[in-house]
Design a protein. Structure first.
Length: 206
């Protein structure tokens, strides 16, 4: 086999392992590397060739989940949307990619740590922060909290609502959670619902 063929096989094996890990660890956060090898349909040696230990696996999976979230967020150009509609679209997109977000929470609890989670979520949090800046400059969002505090609070709310889904405390298609975030940002419930309606009707691909 050529070197290019070996590299392609290695990349495919790594992707297969990460896909299996995403599904397995979402259900069984304490699953072993042996469990993962069986789920991925590869031998243990192949798993360890790509991820020499569980920490390396968690880091690789967390990186992939964060990258997938960023890819999902990049589908829509929010620059042309009104700030409240842009923030609604952002929140709905994150919720739709909730499998990755919820798995990140699970990974944080089982080894990645909250500091590592904050690092991974920083590029995502920065996008929402800039939406808040734009909205406040245009007088759309409340000013009762400093922007960094408001941004951190909204991120914490999102994580809490995702955790509530994990714990089967509620079921949501993203609407109620997004209303909650927009109200926390300073909109009335009616204005939040209108922003969500517009976001769903006027999504604009990049």
């Amino acid at each position: 086999m050529s070197e290019r063929g070996r590299r392609r096989d290695a990349e495919e094996n790594r992707d297969r392992i990460l896909r299996a890990a995403r599904t397995l660890l979402a259900r069984q956060p304490a699953a072993s590397m042996d469990d993962l090898a069986q789920a991925a349909g590869v031998v243990r040696r192949t798993v360890y060739a790509h991820f020499p230990n569980r920490d390396a696996l968690l880091a690789g999976l967390a990186d992939r989940c964060a990258a997938d979230l960023l890819d999902a967020l990049a589908v829509t150009d929010r620059g042309a949307l009104e700030p409240e509609v842009a923030l609604a679209d952002f929140a709905l997109t994150v919720w739709a990619a909730g499998e990755q977000y919820r798995l990140l929470i699970s990974l944080a609890e089982t080894g990645l740590g909250m500091a590592g989670l904050r690092d991974l979520l920083h590029p995502i949090a920065e996008q929402s922060y800039q939406l808040l800046v734009r909205g406040r400059e245009q007088g759309r969002f409340a000013t009762h909290l400093p922007l960094p505090v408001l941004s951190a609070a909204l991120q914490a709310m999102t994580l809490a609502m995702m955790r509530a889904v994990n714990d089967e405390l509620w079921v949501d298609d993203g609407t109620r959670s997004t209303v909650g975030l927009l109200v926390a940002a300073g909109l009335t419930p009616a204005a939040a619902e209108e922003a969500i309606r517009e976001a769903r009707e006027t999504l604009r691909p990049v």
